[in-house]
Structure formats: C-alpha cells, structure tokens
Design a protein around this ligand. Structure first.
Ligand SMILES: [Zn+2]
Length: 451
C-alpha cells in the first residue's frame, strides 16, 4: 500500500516533515517514507490511498482508557464530583452492575470512537469483562493492551485475592496468543483497592508471565495520605518496595501527586507516566508534566475513557498545550511550555516505544499505524506548519483514514470492521436502561437522579 499526502509528518529519527510525501507499507510494516515521486518510482502498489489535501501522521496511542465506562458519558456532573472520590461512588459501582451485554456495547463503542479519532493503540486500565473487550479488539483490528479490573476492595472486601488472580491468569491463557494486535497485561486499580495479598500476587504473576502492568497512582490526596500513614512512604516508593521495580513495562496513570523522589523513580526505572489532561484537571488539579522538565520521563497522554469526553487525543493535545502555557506563565512567566512537536511525539510515540512496540514513527521498520487528517475546510486552512496545525486546532473530526498494521480500518471517514449504523441503534436502544442504572447508583448516595 502507498499512502500519499500533502504533508507526511514522520517523527522519525531525522524528524522529517515531507511536503507531497508518501508512505510505503508492506506486510504491516513501513518500508519507506519519501517524497511521493520517489516512492512511486520505487514501488508497485496494490492499493494507493491518494490524499492530496491531507496531513499524514503516525497512529495515536491512548495510554490510559476505560473502555467499559463509555456508557457513563454525560453522567458525571458537579454534584458527583463533590462526593470524592467519584470512582468509588459511580465508576466502579457501575462497572459492577453493568452486565456482559452492556460491556460488549461499551467496548465496541469505545473502539469505534477511538478509531474514528485516529487512535490506533490503547491501554485498558482494567475492564470488568476483559474477555469481551479482547474479542472486540480482535474483531476490530485495533491494537489493544487488555487488562482485568484487578481489585478486591471497593470500600469493603468484594473478592478473594486468589479468585482475582485466577481470572488474570485465565485471561492470559485464553488470549495471549491471539495475534499481533492483542496484548494481555496486568493491572492494579489503585493501592487503596487492593489487599497486600492481592498486590503481592499481581506483581508476582506479572513477573512470572512476563506481563506489562498498568496502575492508577498519585491520583488522589487521600491515597497519598493512606500510604504515608500506613507504611511511612509515598505510593510509588511503596510500590517499588513491593516489587514494581522488577516489572518490565510499567504504565502509571495520572501521577499528579508525585514527590521529586518519585519522579526520579519514574526516570531511573523507565516507567511510563500517562498524563490525562482533561480528567486530571477535572478531578485532581494541574499536572506538573506540562511545565516541569520531563526530560527522561517516558510520557504518554490518555483520555481516561469515554465517560469524560469523545476519546479524542487531538483534543487532549490542545488541553495539554493550554495547561502547559497557563502554568508556565503563572509560575515562571515562561510562555514556551511544551511545544507542538513534543506533544505530538507524546501522543503517538513515547509510550509505544517504551512498551517494546515499534509504533509512533513513520520510519522504515516501524509498524504501519497511520492516520490521515483532512485539512480542506475553511476551519483548517491555511496550513503553514502541519505539526502546529495538528496540535493547535485539528481534532478527531478531521480524521478520514486509519491504518493499523497495514490494514485499513477507517476509509473516507467510515469504519470498515465495525457496523457503525447498527452500533448507533444499539446505543440509542440502551439509553433508558443505562439512565436507570445511573439513577439507582445516584439514589444510593443521596444524589439527585439524572433527568
Ligand atoms: Zn483511570
């Protein structure tokens, strides 16, 4: 396949942006990126995607999402946010009562939403029905890191550690060899939601099976106080003490409340930090990642799932840039902040590379995960610098084509592996059922029902 565009933003080792460029793809991998004329003379393609008014960028990586919280979209208002922490009041309880059918709908809708917005890889923070999610990953062709919602405490004990570990192991056994696009990982919901026995078990299992691990950490002041008062150290220090440092790939979601010592741990151990610009701002405050020197920290950006917005990493890029400048200017009267190129790199590459996946660049030998953005609109032109255009004002709506591992999953704005019409009908059909479940959860905590 050859994909031609007005600009190809490669983010490759020479950091090239190629006007009238083209990407050549064979067997799911990028084999060449150059000006179109050269590519056309070198290769005979079975399929040519001519996108003359478009910017081509590497696929985006959502490094923290909850695919099975999608149906909570527009259900979290300020009244809920006043009852912290909201995950114990609404998000986790909803996961526990949603049932398999809604989990399937939620997973499919999340994946459709991600693909339409140019997300080619995602890391699931912990799904209550991970098998359902794994099946949807396989059917859709997206690249997914699937994990089970791993906890045994939700304000009170809700499961036996052994049963939780068995479920993770079963997931690994059933789905770890199901193709290139699906990875089974481990997760820890949060330090306050796991017993010491489960924590030890998960880290042990992770090492035994060679899994990556993702966890929420440094997301809530009560969590920091909880660990400090129990163990006399901060959450990340405690996790390292319990063996996290020996895990190969670690992705820490949020990490808003990290001490300088904990940031040093991130750097020294090569842990990835996933900044969620919108949700961190809603729930936690201003993230330091936007304005402090994050050199050496492997940084990614996440949506935290469809409950909060349209799972649009290009939109997150704008929030990230605005936050970076607002804080830099307020604290140091320094306006440069995090530049567009760094943000785009963070959106598409740094986490993927850290995971051992060759994604995030359009360069020979990298996986052919490619996103095409249409700029032919009065809302988008003129484009003087394509990287600034992508980060400053283009959003998921501009995505016309998405390729994952050389396979076209979105073409001309249409999903190729998911029936979007049928999906929309199902979402509409289930709206009342979801509203009723949310009303019940809100009644339980004395909040007013949704309309
Ligand atoms: Zn989360």
């Amino acid at each position: 396949m050859i994909i031609c565009g007005k600009y190809v933003v490669t983010l490759d080792s020479a950091d090239r942006t190629i006007p009238r460029g083209a990407v050549a793809v064979r067997d799911g991998v990028v084999v060449d990126v150059d000006v179109e004329e050269n590519i056309r003379s070198r290769y005979e393609a079975e399929e040519v995607l001519e996108r003359r008014d478009h910017i081509i960028v590497p696929g985006l990586v959502d490094c923290h999402t909850h695919t099975q919280q999608y149906l909570l979209r527009s259900a979290i208002d300020d009244e809920m946010l006043q009852l912290p922490p909201v995950w114990t009041k609404l998000l986790v309880p909803f996961e526990r009562i949603m049932g398999e059918e809604l989990a399937r709908l939620s997973s499919r809708a999340s994946i459709a939403n991600m693909l339409r917005n140019g997300v080619t890889s995602f890391i699931e923070a912990g799904a209550p029905y991970p098998e359902v999610l794994a099946e949807e990953v396989l059917a859709s062709g997206i690249r997914g890191f699937v994990t089970y919602a791993t906890y045994d405490i939700a304000e009170e004990k809700v499961a036996e550690p052994r049963d939780v570990l068995d479920r993770v192991e079963r997931l690994y056994r059933d789905y770890s060899n199901r193709g290139d696009n699906l990875r089974v990982w481990a997760s820890i919901r949060q330090v306050m939601m796991v017993s010491e026995e489960l924590l030890e078990g998960v880290i042990g299992l992770t090492k035994k099976l060679g899994l990556g691990l993702t966890l929420h950490l440094g997301e809530y002041q009560g969590e920091v106080d909880y660990v400090l008062s129990r163990y006399g150290m901060r959450p990340l220090e405690y996790m390292v003490r319990r063996g996290l440092g020996d895990v190969d790939s670690v992705v820490i979601a949020h990490g808003v409340y990290l001490s300088p010592g904990e940031v040093r741990i991130l750097r020294d151990r090569g842990f990835c930090l996933c900044w969620c610009p919108t949700v961190d701002s809603w729930l936690m405050g201003v993230h330091w990642a936007g304005f402090e020197d994050v050199g050496g920290v492997r940084l990614g950006i996440g949506s935290d799932g469809g409950a909060w917005g349209r799972i649009d990493l290009l939109h997150e890029a704008k929030i990230a840039k605005a936050l970076s400048k607002a804080v830099g200017t307020s604290i140091r009267y320094y306006k440069a902040g995090m530049d567009s190129r760094t943000i785009l790199r963070v959106l598409s590459g740094s986490v993927g590379t850290a995971l051992g996946e060759r994604v995030g660049r359009l360069e020979r030998g990298y996986r052919a995960d490619v996103v095409v953005l249409d700029v032919r609109s009065v809302r988008n032109l003129p484009v003087i610098d394509p990287v600034d255009a992508v980060v400053n004002y283009l959003e998921g709506d501009c995505v016309t084509d998405v390729v994952v591992g050389g396979r076209l999953l979105v073409e001309g704005g249409e999903l190729k592996t998911i029936d979007e019409g049928e999906l929309l009908e199902k979402l509409l059909d289930k709206e009342d059922e979801v509203r009723e479940k949310i009303a019940e959860l809100r009644r339980n905590i004395g909040a007013r029902p949704p309309i």
